[in-house]
Design a protein around this ligand. Sequence first.
Ligand SMILES: Nc1ncnc2c1ncn2[C@@H]1O[C@H](COP(=O)(O)OP(=O)(O)OP(=O)(O)O)[C@@H](O)[C@H]1O
Length: 274
Amino acid sequence: MGEAEVKPKKAGPVQCSICSQRRAALKRPKTLEQICRECFYAVFEEEIHRVIVDNQLFKPGERIAIGASGGKDSTVLAYVLSELNRRHNYGLDLFLLSVDEGITGYRDDSLETVKRNEIQYGLPLKVVSYKDLYGWTMDEIVKMIGLKNNCTFCGVFRRQALDRGAAMLKVDKLATGHNADDIAETVLLNILRGDIARLSRCTSIITGEDGPIPRCKPFKYTYEKEIVMYAYFKRLDYFSTECIYSPNAYRGFAREFIKDLERIRLLPLTLFQQ
Ligand SMILES: Nc1ncnc2c1ncn2[C@@H]1O[C@H](COP(=O)(O)OP(=O)(O)OP(=O)(O)O)[C@@H](O)[C@H]1O
């Protein structure tokens, strides 16, 4: 997915509007408050904790796989979940689960990042590959079918690969790094496609509860820009290149449209989820 601006907007020489003690280091995209780094970390993490608690995303003793692509969202998710698990005694067993689609120059590099995260965050990593599960890599599939519809194949395979990896890890749930921007884009795409069934499902914070492994989105209300800022200030180790096979023009259009609305502050992102 597209990268939000990495450099946070510089706040002037003003005091943090939360602690009134330190100098503001950024303007928070969600609220436009000028705050210091420490208060930003605290409100960012606390909001995610509240989402987890209010929506009862996890139960004590559960085994949770974090879908880890090496990108900013899932890297921040792995970091924040392991911090909150410790701080608030969630009692969760956390794992990283990566799908290797077999895309040379993209997934091989991002998997190296996830392998470093495994050590940095002390979370066991399981990698499942399209080659092992299906006998094909995406490189081979694209060679056969070209760049048309390849994202659709890949999406279906990845979904199933995540389910199979989660079953191998014997986890109770899978957490993904889908954020408020991703969900707003999906809402808009489902409206444009007239896909009413998906439209009613796509904003749920937990899906697949009737299936073998439910999925949840702890970043449902988290803005992408804030995830990027958090990763930037905390110097988290993540991989920031787009998939070489995904021009995905339609989603790109939805993304630009939503960013325009947000820029002129016509709509807060989370309004798409109501
Ligand atoms: N190859 C993968 N292996 C494991 N999980 C994945 C993989 N690709 C995507 N996911 C999961 O699905 C979420 C949404 O994926 P998407 O492709 O939209 O990437 P994204 O929004 O750029 O997220 P990220 O920054 O984590 O890559 C990711 O945050 C991650 O939890």
